[in-house]
Design a protein around this ligand. Structure first.
Ligand code: ADP
Length: 746
């Protein structure tokens, strides 16, 4: 579109004055000419357009006696397309302007002396009664182009008369010139003011400066982000008269605004999110987002005229957004809303901008403080939930802080631990009943104290119950690298210790169990090869070789069974079976080994059939009987008891139902209480002269237990040292459905 010709101020003034003077009586014409002259002068003054329009309205006000005025103009800016800007008279009405009406003026002709109804449609702020008003609107055209629309509203009792229209018609070309010139300036300066932006550097009134100083004093004292932003928002609302407002922190990585504080919006707008999460909004939408991205304050007098700017609150018309810049970029953004379309002026904008400048440093400090608090909080959570026991000690070894794992691993009563707890004295004392070598721990503590900068590690073995702890003690320093004490980190390495023990025992037991029979086999076969013996002697030697070879074979069998059980490869072949037959077979099998003992049977006559794998159950009873033989003196009595179990005999974890109880009682060496719970462990052998002499792998009972549990039964033992032992296990009775599955008669 072609730009209109530029009109110089003087030519214009003369033309307009002549036009108006010809149509009016002399006194009114003089009056009108004076107004016209002053109005023309203010339009072309050397000031920003904003201030010229304000001045124009003030000049026109006494003549037109309007209540409210607005100029909407369309400027050609550096931005693509045309930018609309609106100017309002100072001290206007809080009633919103009717943009539909303005559009009709823009598309048509002047609307003069019309009575319109205005009401406060906004949801926010004060509720004003609906009133009637006089309205006058005229388009500002020049050439074939529309440059703007000028509108006035008056109290209903006051009507605009035709003289007013003449004055305004004469001013219209002047305004077109001013608007055209403003648009050209904008186009020439890409960094110039864009829509909604107002010139910076407006000096604040003394009253505003006092308000700022009062806020300043409070800001200095604040450390929390939330309380600081709450104060800022409160003051911004108070001193700008905005009805609603919010402050968001800017998440530059996500391109989002995180709403921190807000006031005056309807409840549902910022509904509380679960887990105290904060509302997040994309910074692509709305004035606040734009202010955050551009890093400068923006003012929009009527958001409803800007379809690309969704208002922050329902019914908002005027919006003001200003960033709080920290290190050159927006750390936060404040948004203020009003339902009154011209609620904020440059003065409010300048005030909010100054407020944001004052808030920058305190906010920077508060964000740092909050980050420090958050990381302290995270570290605290890690400290509390870590399975490693951690304690901070001072240089005397006094516990300053310890986590729950520290108390748990060392078995220290928390109450006691919270009172003054000195590691070198109190730890040794607390652990004394469980320490095999108390001196080692004492020495470790003393060494840590004597060489405060050294790193130290020790493995601590505790008994009752057995537990292996690894203790790491490292020095701690302050910011000036002075030693402040020590950090003790304790981890439970019992499992690692157990694996190590198992490996060692496996090697020593297997090598011992292999070497003993192999030595006698080699010895006897060598004798037989090198010398002549009588037939009796030969038989005796060969029988010894046979027994030792059987021992070896049993060892290999045990190891294979054990590894198959461990790998879960053993499957049961279960049938409904009577235990009487098994007992008979076992007696024959154990015949030779039972020569030195008396074996008694106590098998109930009405024994119900059981649902079992016959060979595995034979192996279970065989293991228990051989142990009874191995660990009891010759001539003593061993008894095998089999009957249906009573439920009250079951140990705690026993499954419910009908079970047969098998018990093997002996009068042997017995087992000490501390060993009784461990005899089921792989490779565990009670360590005493008897067991060392007798030999074994420590695998029998762990295999036996696995086989019983595969059947759904349980195994347990009762014993007293030197008085004999009883081993019990249960097998499931073949109930109806089970009986229907498989039955075998042997
Ligand atoms: P082992 O091959 O050593 O006999 P087991 O697993 O069968 O291995 O038994 C583990 C340990 O339990 C034995 O070393 C022994 O100390 C103890 N034990 C088992 N049965 C008896 C029993 N009837 N009387 C005394 N001690 C027993």
């Amino acid at each position: 579109m072609e730009a209109p010709p530029f009109w110089g101020g003087n030519v214009c003034l003369r033309a307009a004055a002549m036009t108006a003077a010809m149509a009016l009586p002399t006194d009114r014409a003089t009056e009108a000419l004076a107004v016209l002259a002053e109005a023309t002068h203010s339009i072309h003054a050397d000031q920003p357009l904003q201030q010229r329009v304000h001045r124009l309205f003030e000049v026109l006000r006494p003549a037109l006696r309007f209540r409210d005025a607005r100029l909407t103009c369309w400027l050609q800016s550096a931005m693509p397309g045309t930018v609309r800007q609106q100017f309002y008279s100072v001290d206007g009405w809080p009633y919103p302007w009717d943009d539909e009406l303005m559009r009709r003026v823009a598309l048509g002709t002047t609307i003069e002396g019309r009575t319109i109804v205005v009401s406060n449609a906004a949801a926010l702020g004060e509720h004003l009664p609906t009133i009637q008003a006089g309205y006058l609107g005229l388009p500002i055209r020049w050439g074939s182009r529309l440059w703007g629309v000028l509108e006035f509203r008056a109290e209903h009792s006051q009507r605009f008369d035709p003289v007013h229209c003449d004055i305004l018609a004469a001013l219209a070309p002047q305004l077109a010139i001013a608007v055209a010139r403003e648009g050209r300036q904008l186009a020439e300066s890409p960094a110039g003011a864009s829509d909604g932006e107002t010139p910076a550097g407006l000096t604040l009134t003394p009253q505003r400066q006092q308000q700022l100083a009062a806020v300043d004093r409070h800001l200095e004292a604040m450390l929390g982000v939330h309380e600081l932003l709450s104060l800022l928002l409160r003051r911004a609302l108070e001193h700008t008269g905005a009805e609603a407002g919010a402050i968001a922190l800017v998440d530059h990585d996500a391109g989002e605004l995180v709403i921190y504080v807000y006031e005056g919006y309807p409840q549902e707008q910022w509904r509380q999110l679960p887990n105290q999460q904060r509302q997040r909004l994309s910074w692509e939408r709305g004035l606040a987002g734009r202010a955050a991205r551009l890093g400068r304050a923006l003012l929009v007098r009527d958001v409803t005229l800007q379809p690309d700017l969704p208002p922050a609150g329902p019914g908002a018309r005027a919006e003001l957004a200003a960033p709080i810049l920290v290190e050159g970029r927006a750390a936060a953004v404040i948004i203020l809303d009003s339902p009154r379309s011209n609620a904020f002026s440059e003065e409010e904008l300048a005030f909010v901008r100054a407020l944001c400048e004052r808030a920058a440093l305190p906010l920077h400090r508060a964000i740092h403080y909050q980050n420090a608090l958050e990381s302290a909080n995270h570290l605290g959570q890690v400290f509390t939930s870590l399975p490693t026991g951690l304690a901070l000690l001072d240089t005397n070894g006094k516990v300053l802080r310890a986590n729950p794992s520290w108390f748990g691993l060392l078995g220290i009563d928390r109450e006691r631990g919270h009172a003054a707890f000195h590691v070198p004295i109190d730890l040794v004392e607390t652990l004394l009943p469980r320490l095999q070598d108390p001196l080692r721990l004492t020495e470790f503590c003393a060494a840590s104290l004597n060489a405060p900068t050294e790193h130290r590690v020790m493995r601590l073995h505790l008994i009752n119950p057995a537990q292996d702890l690894q203790i790491l003690s490292v020095p701690t320093y302050d910011s000036r690298h002075r030693v402040t004490g020590r950090l003790w980190a304790i981890s439970d390495v019992t499992r690692e210790g157990e694996a190590e023990r198992l490996k060692n025992e496996f090697v020593s037991i297997v090598s011992h169990e292999l070497r003993t029979p192999l030595t006698s086999i080699l010895g006897y076969t060598e004798l037989l090869l090198n010398r002549e013996f009588t037939a009796d002697e030969r038989r005796q030697f060969i029988s010894t070789v046979y027994v030792e070879a059987s021992r070896l074979s049993q060892l290999v069998e045990d190891l294979l069974n054990f590894s198959r059980l461990e790998a879960g490869k053993v499957k049961l072949n279960q049938w409904v079976t009577s235990l009487y037959g098994i007992v008979a077979e076992l007696t024959t099998q154990l015949h030779t080994q039972l020569e030195r003992h008396r074996l008694l049977f106590n098998v109930a006559p009405d024994l119900p059939p059981v649902f079992i794998d016959r060979d595995k159950v034979k192996q279970i009873i065989f293991n228990l009987l051989t142990n009874a033989i191995k660990y009891s003196p010759g001539g003593s009595e061993i008894s095998l008891e089999i009957r249906e179990a009573q439920e009250d005999e079951f140990p705690g974890d026993h499954p419910p139902g009908r079970f047969v109880l098998v018990a093997v009682h002996d009068q042997g060496i017995g087992i000490a209480p501390e060993d009784l719970s461990r005899i089921w462990e792989r490779f565990y052998r009670v360590d005493n002269t008897n067991t060392r002499r007798i030999g074994g792998t420590g695998l029998g009972l762990s295999i036996t237990r696995a086989l019983v549990e595969l059947h759904g039964g349980r195994i347990w033992a009762e014993s007293e040292l030197g008085q004999g032992s009883s081993f019990f296990f249960t097998l499931p009775v073949a109930t109806e459905p089970a009986a229907g599955r498989k039955a075998r008669s042997r």
